[in-house]
Design a protein around this ligand. Structure first.
Ligand SMILES: [Zn+2]
Length: 58
C-alpha cells in the first residue's frame, strides 16, 4: 500500500546483511542454514559437520 522504506527508517540493523539459506546437511541430513546459496553440486554441511570436514592443521 503506501509506505516507502526509502530514507527515514533506520532501525533495521545493518550488521547482518547476510542472507541465510536453508539446506540439508550432506552428512547428518539435518536441516541447516548456510550463508551462501547452496549450488547443488557441492555438499553443504551444518556447523558441526563443517568442523569435521574442515582441513586439519598439521
Ligand atoms: Zn551435519
Amino acid at each position: 500500500m503506501g509506505y516507502n522504506d526509502r530514507g527515514g527508517g533506520g532501525f533495521r540493523s545493518k550488521n547482518g546483511p547476510r542472507e541465510m539459506h536453508k539446506a540439508t546437511c550432506s552428512d547428518c541430513k539435518q536441516e541447516t542454514e548456510v550463508p551462501f546459496k547452496p549450488s547443488g553440486d557441492r555438499p553443504v554441511y551444518c556447523r558441526e559437520c563443517f568442523q569435521n570436514h574442515r582441513p586439519k592443521r598439521y
